[in-house]
Design a binder for this molecule. Structure first.
Ligand code: ATP
Length: 237
């Protein structure tokens, strides 16, 4: 089943066109990654899906329903949840309080308890540090907290914007492993990454975004093997 369908979407910042007729789909159960250079429009695409930016034309459907003009908070209720670039945890709140914020709209207590278990088994560090104030955690720990908080919303579609940004190599490996695990547990993922090698090797499918337009699409493996993609995005040399 197609979970997300973006059709011919254009987005402007004032007179600057950031997305030009962008179309992509995410099928239920997939990890789909969006690769592109700085300024290509990756973050803009994510913010458009989560409802933080209005489209100038085109449409977005989720589970077959038109959500093009749906408010961001109502998209969260439908199951679209973004773990934003730059972590954006609540720095003055404890780890536990940050996780609580992820599920404050939910009422299903038993399922919430299960999800705490799941988050703590994915991220044992968060369980150890439940009472620590978020802002005093390391960069990598804050990234885990942001991901954990997003998972507490029990998303149908998890939007991840540069989850490996600024992390030490051992954390990068760990974050990608966890993304695969989250997906295997049933969450569909749309992933934006600078780390194209890792992202393509983890993704079922990928789209290449260039100056606001999709220029290539294929399976992660196909794009990884493509010499022109290698030259442009995989830093060969
Ligand atoms: P990066 O990898 O550098 O984060 P990106 O692919 O996420 O880049 P976007 O942040 O989506 O790129 O930006 C797409 C284009 O829109 C860029 O040319 C950027 O300068 C422009 N842009 C983004 N935000 C704004 C804004 N608030 N006002 C004006 N232009 C913007």
């Amino acid at each position: 089943m197609t979970l997300l369908e973006i059709s011919d979407v254009s987005v402007h910042y004032g007179r600057i066109r950031a997305l030009s007729g962008l179309s992509l789909t995410v099928e239920e159960g997939e990890v789909v990654t969006l690769i592109g250079a700085n300024g290509a429009g990756k973050t803009t695409t994510m913010r458009t899906v989560s409802g933080l930016l209005p489209v100038t034309s085109g449409s977005i459907t989720f589970e077959g329903d038109d959500i093009t003009r749906l408010r961001a908070d109502l998209r969260v209720v439908r199951g679209i949840c973004q773990s934003p670039e730059g972590r954006a945890i609540f720095p003055g709140m404890t780890v536990q309080e940050n996780l609580d914020m992820g599920c404050y709209t939910r009422k299903d207590r038993a399922a919430i308890a299960e999800d705490y278990e799941r988050v703590f088994s994915l991220f044992p560090r968060l369980e150890e540090r439940r009472t620590q104030v978020g802002g005093t955690m390391s960069g990598g720990e804050q990234q885990m907290l942001a991901l954990g908080r997003a998972l507490m919303a029990r998303p149908r579609l998890l939007l991840l914007d540069e989850p490996s940004m600024g992390l030490a190599p051992q954390f990068i490996q760990q974050i990608f492993r966890i993304i695969t695990e989250i997906n295997e547990q049933g969450t569909t993922v749309l992933l934006v990454e600078q780390n194209a090698q890792q992202a393509l090797s983890r993704a079922h499918r990928a789209y290449i975004l260039d100056a606001g337009e999709i220029t290539r699409t294929g399976t992660g493996a196909e794009l990884l093997a493509d010499p022109s993609i290698k030259d442009a995005y995989l830093g060969v040399g």
